[in-house]
Design a protein around this ligand. Structure first.
Ligand code: GLU
Length: 466
């Protein structure tokens, strides 16, 4: 295919961005971004009763968090309604659609009779071939003339060729009696007008594709490449629900997962590239293809998400991590860091980011650089600050006064001091952790000393010894 790729994400703004929607958006984004194409965003707000600006806002925020930037203006489907109606009228004029004056009662009666006679209950309007001269002056809907014979084949990149007998397609309504276009028409017209070449969406829309193809054919428009992706299930194999944990993509931001890890994980939900589990955005863009999408439902697995997030945190740039952690604190409604705390965090990042799966975990390890003197040791740490330990700390302090502040020298000093005390460095570590961080579990003592610097280290040791 040589035409530039255009994909789109077309959420209905009736709630937050859920995990399934986020993955659909990601797949479309990756497909376009990996091919120098465009990724468009259309808000399907035709259902006025259920669409809210708050939901649109929530979807945009979710996408922004995931870094799924779209090209061009956001399209509002509702605003295109006049254009959708115009297409229906065009089909009417071309004889590919017709006015149907059947009343609800007549349609009901048709169905009852069909059922009684064991015929298909698919409505066949008597107005399909009626002479316009016979048209009454009464309300009507506009129906498409569905093909009566043959088959419609959806050439789906995930599901394979899906064949539908045309005698199972009804003359779908395009315009309601109040003149408003139906959703199915709106999707096709918008996708065509937006130049969408590839439609990647949930397989709950597979049935719609057959009906939408009727409109493409009637208008003589090129049918896009379809890829209907399977739903996401929980680890128990059942359809994803609240029972399985958070459903909103942004809830994962509030839990402190990094966006890059979330993208990596969502990309792996139903798609694979060999055995690769961990990959960067650049790799995902290069590798992502529709042929790698699995046909069976993907299973959401929190452990796997945590694992990937840990790897992304470990390899992230320190300054970028700092910014993302600040955004996390804001999203989670937690107190913001002061400039000094954020600077300290960034300096300490090198010794924090290994083995932290989430930002709360990383911040827990960072507490030594976030607290102010005098440090209140927690219960466990306090046990390491008995009289003997405090004595040792006060003896140690002068040895550090003139030491060069680098890892080798600090190691030499501490090991030498331990040897002179006829003990092991390990024995000093507990009191030092308690003095420097007020905790029993911290990054290495040397890393803490280096991050804190000589003055702060000595001050904390002196505080603890007192
Ligand atoms: N608005 C539809 C949804 O949110 C998507 C329609 C489509 O992708 O064609 O499920």
């Amino acid at each position: 295919m040589n035409a530039p790729v255009v994909t789109r994400f077309a959420p209905s703004p009736t709630g937050f961005l859920h995990i399934g929607g986020a993955r659909t958006a990601l797949f479309n984004w990756l497909y376009a971004r990996g091919r120098g194409g465009k990724f468009l965003l259309r808000i399907e707000d035709t259902d006025r009763a259920r669409s809210t600006p708050e939901a649109t806002e929530a979807i945009l925020k979710g996408m922004a968090w995931l870094g799924l930037d779209h090209d061009g203006e956001i399209v509002s489907q509702f605003e295109n309604a006049p254009r959708h109606a115009a297409v229906a009228r065009e089909l009417l004029e071309a004889g590919k659609a017709y006015k149907c004056f059947a009343t609800q009662e007549e349609i009901e009666a048709f169905r009852e009779a069909a059922k009684a006679e064991g015929r298909s209950t698919l409505y066949r309007s008597p107005w399909r071939d009626a002479d316009p001269a016979s048209h009454p002056d009464a309300p009507y809907v506009v129906r498409i003339k569905a093909p009566l014979e043959g088959t419609t084949v959806i050439r789906d990149q995930v599901q394979g060729n899906v064949t539908i007998r045309n005698d199972q397609l009804d003359d779908m309504i395009l315009l309601r009696s109040d003149g408003t276009p139906v959703y199915m028409l709106a999707v096709v017209v918008d996708d065509h007008d937006m130049g969408v070449t590839h439609v990647v969406r949930g397989d709950d829309h597979l049935n719609n594709a057959a009906r939408q193809m009727m409109i493409y054919e009637a208008m003589g428009w090129e049918v896009p490449v379809w890829a209907h992706i399977p739903l996401i299930h929980g680890a128990d194999g059942k359809k994803l629900s609240k029972r399985h944990g958070a459903l909103g993509a942004q809830e994962y931001q509030v839990m402190g997962f990094p966006a890059a890890g979330m993208r990596n994980y969502l990309a792996r939900l139903g798609w694979s590239h060999g055995d690769d589990e961990f990959f960067t955005d650049a790799q995902a863009k290069e590798w992502f293809d529709l042929s790698g999408i699995r046909k069976s439902p993907a299973q959401f697995d929190l452990k796997k998400l945590e694992n990937l997030c840990g790897q992304h945190i470990a390899q992230a740039d320190d300054a970028a991590l700092r910014r993302e952690i600040e955004a996390y604190l804001d999203a989670a409604g937690k107190a913001a860091l002061t400039e000094a705390q954020a600077d300290g965090l960034e300096r300490a990042m090198y010794c924090l980011k290994d083995r932290a799966k989430t930002f709360p975990e990383l911040l827990e390890k960072a507490s030594f650089v976030l607290v102010d003197r005098p440090i209140q040791p927690d219960e466990k740490a306090a046990k390491n600050l008995d009289t003997v330990s405090r004595g040792i700390l006060s003896e140690l302090t002068p040895h550090l006064q003139n030491a060069s502040w680098n890892k080798e020298t600090l190691e030499e000093v501490l090991n030498g001091f331990a040897a002179a005390k006829d003990t092991k460095f390990g024995k000093l570590a507990g009191p030092l952790r308690a003095a420097l961080a007020g905790r029993a579990v911290t990054p290495s003592v040397f890393d803490m000393m280096l991050v804190l610097g000589r003055d702060e280290t000595l001050a904390r040791l002196t505080d603890a010894a007192a």
